[in-house]
Design a binder for this molecule. Sequence first.
Ligand code: FES
Length: 168
Amino acid sequence: MSDRSQLISTGESFAFDAERDAEFERLVVRYPIRESMIMPALWMAQEQAGWISAEAIEYIADRIGTFPAKVLELATFYTMYQLKPVGRYHICVCRTLSCWLRGKQDIVDYLADEIGIKPGEMTEDGKFSFEEVECLGHCGTAPVVQINGEFHEEMDLKKFKALLATLT
Ligand code: FES
């Protein structure tokens, strides 16, 4: 799995745009404990910028009134939060037991050998990025791949190649 321990700075401050600012204010009053808003706020930051920078972590902590370390611990625990820029198509391949037994390695090898990316990497043109993740919760239809959050189940190399060919 890619290293999730390093935060990347953009060198520029982060703030929600007007739409997300309003959404934050609409949601935050629903939570008696403001820290419960960390995960939705992380999601909104990622939606806005495509990934979550060190500045976004600071901003969210400030908006919620907590320590950046609290925001960081959630951001680093869940692999759906991207802590560095990702490609237009972000490919997550499940590496847990069912998917491993049912051939996820063929897909991982194809990505390395033919597309040129290993876990945690992005193609030079920014089209594809790739990471291996833990169980995606669809073990009965392994192996499972997620691309930009969309599930693709019972994958094999032939289906995976055909799927990539549809992504322009
Ligand atoms: S083991 Fe891959 S989805 Fe559960």
